[in-house]
Design a protein around this ligand. Structure first.
Ligand code: FAS
Ligand code: PHB
Length: 389
């Protein structure tokens, strides 16, 4: 087999990269370990930044998003028993869209297959060699046959647990947090029109949604929590305590998905090794408090597609030489913002009294100062692609 770009991983990064390259006439093959059904059902992120929506719209992938996505013009921070809205529209003139990652993945897969894209699901035993100048990806297809994919470049879009980051030895920066998120999807109509981030003495809670009938909720729990040890009743009771506020009611309903997500800040530098380019979770992980994970993956492949096309067409190496540094500026901005939101909103397990007072001071200042609220707003809705602060 031969293609121009071999893409390992059919998550948001790999699928969008394949679509962007195809729009410029560049061939790719996407290799995915899981089944199509599995990747289309995997519940993960929920918030699309403004630049993400703009890009998906620009490249013809936003029809269903524009019909079914929920446009939000602010979020609330809940602490000290009170509610404090951060008004994105007033502060920065832009908002976010709530639209599940699995919906983005479904739209991307449908677009690629409709366009004749080559996505191989359920592959195994993926290997990457020849990264200096003539990459070869080895894999066993779903039919059990061993294949070799010869390509000009390889995009490692296989997530945090993939194999591409292991094809070389990057410098890694890793910070694990002393807590995790217990997340549920519930068949319960949302009772509030925007996201609520709550800092409660018992711990953090997040109120989100996936549509007019589905609520998405998270609780801060210890890092080694087994989701099975929390009954639905216990989850609803704790959510009710942590999200309590005047005039706020929480609709309960059947829990249709339950899971624990660890919290870490992780970056691998550089994001390129010869003809291998890492993108998305393969290169970096953020704590989900800032809703940045999927959006960073999309920003990476936007840069990568714009770098690969001139290289593959004319041998222009300027874009691919700048790829890692360009992405890492945005990555570290998102890492800092996600760490800042996480530190401000989660209760430290050591219950350090000074940390608690510093945290409450940060929260009070953020909601009282227009300058501080504007900083949160511009980071949360997403800095424009190509802007490296
Ligand atoms: P992905 O992990 O999405 O995709 C990588 C793909 O590569 C997967 O389909 C995998 O099956 C495949 N793969 C792995 N190894 C392979 C191999 N050897 N060969 C072939 N294929 C291989 N972000 C948020 O913003 N908000 C959230 O609430 C949030 N919740 C999350 C919950 C969980 C449990 C996890 C794991 C992540 C969450 N994230 C969240 C982050 C998430 O949204 C990621 O940032 C996003 O999926 C990144 O997309 P990709 O880089 O494409 O990686
Ligand atoms: C979600 O809806 O899944 C979600 C929203 C905001 C976050 C994280 C997750 O910060």
């Amino acid at each position: 087999m031969r293609t121009q770009v071999g893409i390992v991983g059919a998550g948001p990064a790999g699928l969008l990269l394949s679509h962007l390259l195809a729009r410029s006439g560049v061939d790719s093959v996407v290799l995915e370990a899981r089944s199509r059904t599995y990747v289309e059902r995997r519940v993960r992120a929920g918030v699309l930044e403004h630049p993400t929506v703009e890009l998906l719209r620009e490249v013809g992938l936003a029809d269903r998003l524009d019909r079914e996505g929920m446009r939000h013009e602010g979020i609330s921070l809940r602490f000290d028993g009170g509610d404090h809205r951060i008004d994105f529209a007033d502060l920065v003139g832009r908002g976010i869209t709530v639209y599940g990652q699995q919906e983005v993945v479904k739209d991307l897969i449908a677009a690629r297959l409709d366009d004749g894209g080559d996505i191989r699901f359920e592959v195994s035993e993926v290997t990457i060699d020849g990264l200096a100048d003539s990459p070869v990806i080895g894999f066993t297809g779903a039919d059990g046959r061993r294949e070799e994919l010869h390509c000009d470049v390889v995009a490692g879009c296989d997530g945090f647990h993939g194999i591409s980051r292991g094809a070389f030895v990057p410098e890694v920066f890793d910070r694990q947090y002393p807590f995790a998120w217990l997340g549920i999807l519930a068949k319960a109509a949302p009772t509030h029109h925007e996201l609520v981030y709550a800092n409660h003495p018992n711990g953090f809670a997040l109120y989100s949604m996936r549509g007019p009938e589905i609520t998405r909720l998270y609780l801060q729990v210890p890092p080694d929590t087994d989701a099975g040890t929390w009954s639905d009743t216990q989850i609803w009771d704790e959510l009710g305590s942590r999200l309590a506020a005047e005039g706020f009611t929480l609709n309960e309903g059947p829990v249709i998905e339950k899971g624990v997500t660890g919290m870490r800040s992780f970056v691998a530098e550089p994001m390129r090794h010869g003809r291998l380019f890492l993108a998305g979770d393969a290169a970096h992980i953020v704590p989900p408090t800032g809703a940045k994970g999927m959006n960073l993956a999309i920003a990476d492949v936007h840069v990568l597609a714009e770098a690969l096309v001139p290289f593959l067409r004319h041998g222009d190496e300027s874009g691919i030489d700048a790829y890692s540094d360009t992405c890492l500026r945005r990555v570290w901005r998102a890492e800092h913002f996600s760490w800042w939101m996480t530190s401000m909103l989660h209760v430290a397990p050591d219950d350090d009294p000074i940390a608690r007072r510093l945290q409450l001071s940060q929260l009070r200042y953020t909601v009282a100062s227009r300058a501080a609220a504007t900083s949160l707003a511009e980071n949360y809705v997403g800095l424009p692609h190509g802007v490296s602060p």
